[in-house]
Design a protein around this ligand. Structure first.
Ligand code: DC
Length: 225
C-alpha cells in the first residue's frame, strides 16, 4: 500500500504550505484537492453557470476534464488541457469552490481521481474530508487548524507582501464565512476524523508544524520504509 498522509483543516490554516514542504522533505507527491474543486469552479465561472442551480452545475460536469502533473515546482492542474494552476488561486474562484463543493455531483466527480492518485503514489493529500472520507485507511491523519485571528493575520501578511492593500475585517469575515460553509454543508463537511491528530498551529511556525507531523508519522511507524 502506498504511504498516504492526510491533512485536513479550515481555510487559511496553512495546509498547502505545510503539505508542500512535508512532501518535499519526504520525497513524495503533494496532492492539493482544493485545487480540484477550484478548477471545477473556474470552469463554471467562465461558462457563467448559475452556481445556485445544482442541476445546471451537474449538467456541465461532463465537459470538465481534470489532469494533474507533478514537477520540481510542485503540482500542476489542467482544465481540459489548459494549465490553470495560477488562475485558480483567485479569491472569487475559492469562494465559488466553497459553494459548489457542497454539491454531491461535484464531490462524486473528484472522488475516484483522488483515490486513484493515493492508491498509486506515496503522497501528502490535503483538503477537508481526506482523513474522514476519501482515505479512511491513510497511515497518518492530521487535523490542522489555527484561530480565526491567526489565519486572518497570515492572509493579511500574505496580501501585504504581494503589494496589495488588504482590509482586516474583510479577510476575517471571508474566513469565517468559508468556515461556516465548509463545516455545515450536508455532504462531507469539514470534520476531524476520529483517528486524526489535532494540531493547532496558531503559535507555531511552518518548520515546527512540519517537524511535528514527521514526528507523528514516525511514531505511527509510517516512515520506516
Ligand atoms: O483548500 P482550498 O481553499 O483551496 O479549497 C477551496 C474550497 O474547496 C474549500 O472552500 C472547500 C472545498 N474543498 C472541499 O470541499 N473538499 C476538499 N477536499 C478540498 C476543498
Amino acid at each position: 500500500m502506498a504511504l498516504n498522509i492526510a491533512i485536513d483543516g479550515p481555510a487559511g490554516a496553512g495546509k498547502s504550505t505545510i503539505a508542500k514542504l512535508l512532501s518535499k522533505k519526504l520525497g513524495i507527491v503533494y496532492v492539493d484537492t482544493g485545487a480540484m474543486y477550484r478548477t471545477i469552479a473556474l470552469y463554471l465561472l467562465e461558462k457563467k453557470a448559475d452556481l445556485e442551480d445544482e442541476a445546471s452545475v451537474e449538467s456541465m460536469l461532463g465537459d470538465i476534464n481534470i489532469n494533474i502533473t507533478h514537477n520540481e515546482d510542485g503540482m500542476h492542474i489542467f482544465l481540459n488541457d489548459r494549465d490553470v494552476t495560477a488562475m485558480i488561486r483567485d479569491e472569487a474562484v475559492g469562494n465559488a469552490a466553497s459553494k459548489t463543493s457542497a454539491y454531491a455531483c461535484v464531490r462524486q466527480k473528484l472522488l475516484s481521481l483522488q483515490r486513484d492518485i493515493a492508491a498509486e503514489c506515496d503522497c501528502v493529500m490535503d483538503g477537508r474530508d481526506i482523513g474522514s472520507f476519501i482515505l479512511p485507511d491513510a497511515q497518518v491523519k492530521i487535523y490542522l487548524t489555527a484561530s480565526v485571528q491567526a489565519r486572518t493575520q497570515r492572509r493579511y501578511d500574505e496580501l501585504k507582501g504581494k503589494g496589495e492593500d488588504p482590509v482586516w475585517d474583510e479577510i476575517m469575515s471571508g474566513i469565517s464565512q468559508r468556515d461556516e460553509q465548509d463545516m455545515n454543508r450536508k455532504i462531507s463537511p469539514l470534520v476531524q476524523a476520529e483517528d486524526a491528530v489535532y494540531l493547532d498551529s496558531s503559535d507555531m511556525d511552518i518548520g515546527q508544524v512540519v517537524d511535528r507531523i514527521i514526528e507523528i508519522s514516525t511514531q505511527k511507524g509510517a516512515l520506516t520504509r
